[in-house]
Design a protein around this ligand. Structure first.
Ligand SMILES: NC(=O)c1ccc[n+]([C@@H]2O[C@H](COP(=O)([O-])OP(=O)(O)OC[C@H]3O[C@@H](n4cnc5c(N)ncnc54)[C@H](O)[C@@H]3O)[C@@H](O)[C@H]2O)c1
Length: 480
């Protein structure tokens, strides 16, 4: 199945930005439009040279908020998961809920029945703007399909709100820059909620890396390899089949951050090193079009999907950093292989590997340590934030083994105590930029593509800011 620049028509969610009209996907870009976007996205790197950092958001702390008034936009799968966590966190007031599907919006509000929260419900197509414009909201949580995230996040920051965006935070390079520019201009947090950064083994290996156990970490392997075939072809799981449309609309790694977030934190990306360039290769699609055709044989709903070509079954991207280190990022959302994040850390003195399970540590003699030694290392290097996680999660039970609760709790705790948040807008931009840049590489026969320095040189002096030992704050209670 050939994909070339001339005839490839990309369909993205850019209709909301006024760049495209609707078709099967949420807007289609012609080949000419695509070329223009590619040029804007990378070849002349417009923001790279023009952007002047107005204010360094790395380590930024906003004035403390005793209570955090929250609005949530997008109430499909992910929005309600955040509501569940937020209602259990001290100091949170959920003020507004917004979804264009009234049933989803009201169902989300019903989950708060009997609690202290009495949010207003919004259901109009453009009501998300009204939510951002309210003067009694501090934090907007954006949980719509990801190609809408940047548009909503920028609008929210421009109306004085902090933003917590689901992953990825942006779908184009231009949007990545808009996030950076708006955060610096408004001095509002723009945190991408990369919950995989809070997995216990990922945090333990972050602590080990910080303690020098792996020596100099020079390479990491990471992935989000998990079959989403059933979900993506379900007629009633995601709003308007948006995930399947994205797999038809784009090429490259469209979901890089679950794997990339934790390893970038370990490698101090944007704080001592930065992504410099990437190459991306993808296989042909061996599964999605076949599945669409199979379903279309008996269900006409799937006929338009059977005419689409889809992103390849396996996407492999290699990033090289300015300090000469490398990261391999994979994404496979269709094969029936077991779930795999890899999370392989390779250093001059040791190594770690999360998947395939069980997780393993090497202390550098060419072998993995024994299970007994692993347990000892776990006791020694599990950071305080993970100890807190077990304590909090056991109190209420929460998604992804309590990881999601820890993420929301530490966000709210940071805002209440006026502390820097765990990830900043430069992380959101750099990690999300792999979406458009891997596409650009794939469409150019895997040419190398420069990755902009969203910190404009500040990475050389920025300090690590994920407070995994809970040296500050940590006093926000969980309400059982
Ligand atoms: N971090 C994680 O583990 C994780 C897990 C799942 C999803 N996600 C991310 O969360 C986001 C949402 O995914 P999901 O699974 O909840 O999708 P979903 O389709 O279930 O929910 C999206 C919701 O957005 C609503 N929506 C669409 N346009 C809107 C508009 N203009 N205004 C208000 N609401 C609008 C839809 O009606 C839908 O209810 C995605 O970006 C996804 O990548 C992250």
């Amino acid at each position: 199945m050939g994909i070339n620049r001339r005839d490839f028509v990309v369909k993205t969610g850019l209709a909301g930005l006024g760049l495209a009209g609707g078709s099967l996907a949420h807007g289609s870009l012609s080949a000419d439009d695509l070329h223009r976007r590619e040029d804007a996205a990378g070849q002349d790197q417009p923001g790279q040279t023009k952007h002047t950092q107005r204010f360094n958001m790395s380590g930024f702390a906003a004035p403390p908020l005793e209570r955090v008034r929250v609005a949530i936009i997008g109430l499909g799968q992910r929005g309600p998961a955040h509501i569940y966590n937020m209602k259990h966190i001290e100091g949170v007031q959920i003020k507004a809920l917004c979804d264009i599907r009234p049933k989803k919006a009201h169902a989300a509000k019903a989950k708060l029945a009997g609690s202290a929260h009495e949010p207003d419900v919004y259901t109009g197509e453009e009501d998300w703007k009204k939510v951002c414009e309210r003067d009694d909201v501090d934090l907007v949580v954006v949980t719509t399909p990801w190609y809408m995230h940047a548009m909503m996040s920028v609008y929210a920051m421009n109306h004085g709100k902090h933003v917590a965006s689901e992953v990825p935070a942006a779908g184009t390079l231009d949007e990545c820059w808009q996030l950076v520019e708006t955060a610096e201009q408004t001095r509002r947090h723009c945190m991408m909620m990369e919950n995989y950064c809070y997995l216990p083994f990922q945090l333990m290996t972050l602590n080990m890396a910080r303690q020098g156990v792996f020596g100099e970490v020079f390479h990491a392997d990471c992935a989000y390899n998990t079959s989403k075939m059933r979900n993506n072809f379900s007629k009633n799981l995601y709003w308007d089949m948006w995930w399947l449309r994205q797999y038809a609309a784009r090429r490259g790694n469209i979901y890089p951050t679950h794997g990339l977030g934790p390893v970038s934190t370990i490698m101090n990306i944007n704080r001592g090193d930065r992504f410099e360039f990437l190459v991306s290769v993808e296989s042909a699609d061996f599964m999605m079009n076949a599945r669409a055709r199979e379903l279309a044989a008996t269900d006409e709903f799937f006929r338009p999907f059977a005419k689409e070509t889809y992103r390849g079954s396996m996407s492999v991207t290699t990033i090289r950093t300015s300090r000469g280190r490398t990261i391999m990022v994979q994404h496979d959302a269709s094969s029936p292989s077991p779930h795999n994040l890899i999370h392989g850390i390779h250093g001059t003195k040791g190594a770690a590997l999360y998947d395939p399970q069980p997780p393993r540590i090497s202390l550098g003699n060419g072998a993995w340590v024994s299970p007994a030694k692993f347990e000892k290392l776990k006791q020694k290097y599990t950071p305080n934030i993970v100890k807190k996680l077990s304590e909090l999660a056991s109190q209420i039970g929460a998604g992804h083994g309590g990881t999601d609760l820890l993420e929301d709790w530490h966000l709210i705790d940071g805002l209440r105590n006026g502390l820097p948040l765990d990830q900043d807008v430069y992380d959101a931009a750099a990690w999300s930029s792999i979406v458009p840049l891997s596409q650009q590489s794939v469409l150019n026969r895997s040419d190398s593509v420069d990755i902009p320095d969203f910190t404009v040189g500040a990475w050389k002096t920025n300090k690590p800011n994920m407070d995994i030992m809970l040296e500050r704050g940590g006093n926000t209670k969980i309400l059982v």
